[in-house]
Design a protein around this ligand. Structure first.
Ligand SMILES: C[S@@+](CC[C@H](N)C(=O)[O-])C[C@H]1O[C@@H](n2cnc3c(N)ncnc32)[C@H](O)[C@@H]1O
Length: 257
């Protein structure tokens, strides 16, 4: 088991509110209602809620990306953040499914290599309560789709069919510029993934993940990501940042000192 970081709590890490409406609970791609852009001028709230204008809101916020408090509208901006911070080496996504976010990373990031890690294997339902826990035949299809989707990126993309734990054993400590966690979402699995992957991020790199929320959201599953992430970095003096305009399926990220 990888070691825990000897760091302190950041009690000031800004909490996100719980999901407000049934509609928000239903769509995993839903956007936030007005008020999702904490601390931003009112016109930017509206802009970031509308698909066409979110690119404009993102462009306006990009000057913050080199700072200690980057403001990102959504996870599509994480690759841009990496570019702006000169993080152009190796990255890993843990939990790939059909490769949609891996493709977004590779399209928008100028880095050398993204390793996409997923076992594409069915788990007992009682063990893994998540819409992503599908049968073996569906996993085979998802694996094929992911490989096909990522093939166009050539040697900038590697697909590793294995668990995150097995992948971590093949990766040197402090070697990765970026890790994105999106495998199991229950609290203890996320805590385990944080302990496994934080030591593999290099100083100056970014550790991030999807679904920064807590609660049971059928059919998506049981989520304890937010409490796991906040608890893990508690005491570390490290701020947990969250994307601003993609609630409820917000991404979190931490700038590793
Ligand atoms: C929510 S999906 C990932 C979606 C993908 N990140 C995206 O945004 O396009 C979760 C994936 O995690 C995978 N998974 C489950 N346990 C895992 C583990 N121990 N290591 C790596 N991936 C795992 C599942 O097979 C599933 O494909």
């Amino acid at each position: 088991m990888a070691r825990r970081p000897a760091r302190r709590v950041d009690a000031s890490a800004a909490p996100l509110r719980q999901l407000a409406t049934p509609e928000e609970r239903l769509s995993r791609t839903g956007t936030a209602p007005d008020g999702g852009l904490r601390g931003l001028p009112r016109p930017l709230h509206a802009a970031a809620q509308v698909g066409l204008l979110s690119a404009v809101a993102s462009a306006i916020l990009r000057p913050t990306y080199r700072s200690g408090r980057p403001l990102l509208t959504n996870r599509h901006e994480l690759p841009v953040l990496l570019n702006r911070r000169g993080l152009l080496g190796s990255a890993v996504e843990i939990g790939v499914r059909a490769g949609e976010y891996s493709a977004i990373i590779l399209e928008r990031w100028n880095g050398r290599l993204l390793i996409s890690v997923d076992p594409w294997a069915e788990a007992p339902a009682g063990d893994y309560l998540d819409i992503a826990n599908v049968d073996s035949a569906t996993h085979e299809q998802l694996h094929a789709v992911a490989r096909s989707r990522l093939a166009r990126f050539g040697d900038r993309s590697e697909v590793w069919r294995m668990t995150g734990d097995d992948a971590a054993e093949r990766i040197s400590p402090r070697s990765l510029d970026f890790v994105y966690l999106d495998a199991r979402h229950d609290r203890s699995s996320v805590e385990h993934d944080l302990a496994t992957w934080l030591p593999r991020v290099r100083p100056g790199g970014v550790l991030a993940g999807h679904d920064y929320l807590d609660g049971d959201f059928p059919p998506h599953g049981d989520f304890g990501v937010r409490s796991a992430v906040d608890g893990y970095f508690a005491g570390a003096g490290l701020r947990v940042h969250a994307t601003l305009a993609d609630r409820p399926w917000v991404s979190w990220f931490v700038l590793i000192p």
